[in-house]
Design a binder for this molecule. Structure first.
Ligand code: PNS
Length: 166
């Protein structure tokens, strides 16, 4: 096992719901940093009301990361940088898929850098098998009865069926 670089990293997101792409990023971050804290935003400001409440979104992730040993999951309702400072984090880790993610992430990066220059944002490229995957795409697929097996944890898949299937 290679040595980790130390410190705590935050993996923030809405995770409504978590996908296997998110789990891949969290798992890879857990190999680089001593500790990873997955921050689940209570209610995203720029998005519509979430399908799953924060408690359930946290539980979905906890089940997937239980065996990693250095990953914790917590909801937050503050500025991301305040949440990071509160937990002594030195980095924010985000996944990047296509170019289309860049503009939004670039803006977030600049805002967060302005607010907390001591916290570095780090970007992990999505694995090719997950580069098309998004929570909103998953919800749309599930709404029309599409098969989401392998794209989200099984429990998420079952809950999507209950909540969305028309
Ligand atoms: O999965 P998402 O929806 O892309 O995650 C967005 C998230 C949670 C990273 C972002 O909304 C966030 O950081 N929210 C907390 C409030 C905040 O600090 N906003 C950015 C600086 S103004």
């Amino acid at each position: 096992m290679p040595e980790r670089n130390g410190g705590t990293a935050i993996c923030p997101g809405s995770y409504d719901p978590v996908t296997m792409g998110h789990i891949d990023i969290i798992t890879r971050a857990s190999r680089v940093f001593d500790n990873v804290l997955v921050g689940v935003v209570n209610q995203p400001v720029r998005k519509a009301k979430t399908l799953f409440d924060a408690e359930e979104r946290v539980a979905f992730i906890e089940e997937q990361v239980a065996e990693l040993g250095n990953v914790q999951v917590k909801p937050f309702g503050t500025l991301l940088v305040d949440f990071a400072r509160e937990h002594g984090a030195t980095a924010i880790v985000k996944g990047l898929r296509a170019i289309s993610d860049f503009e939004y992430e670039f803006e977030m990066n600049q805002l967060n850098r302005k607010l907390a220059p001591e916290i570095e944002s780090v970007y992990l490229m999505a694995a090719p098998e997950f580069s098309f995957l998004s929570s909103s795409g998953i919800k749309e697929l599930a709404t029309f009865g599409g098969d989401v097996t392998g794209l989200v944890p099984d429990r998420v898949s079952a809950r999507l069926q209950e909540e969305l299937k028309r």
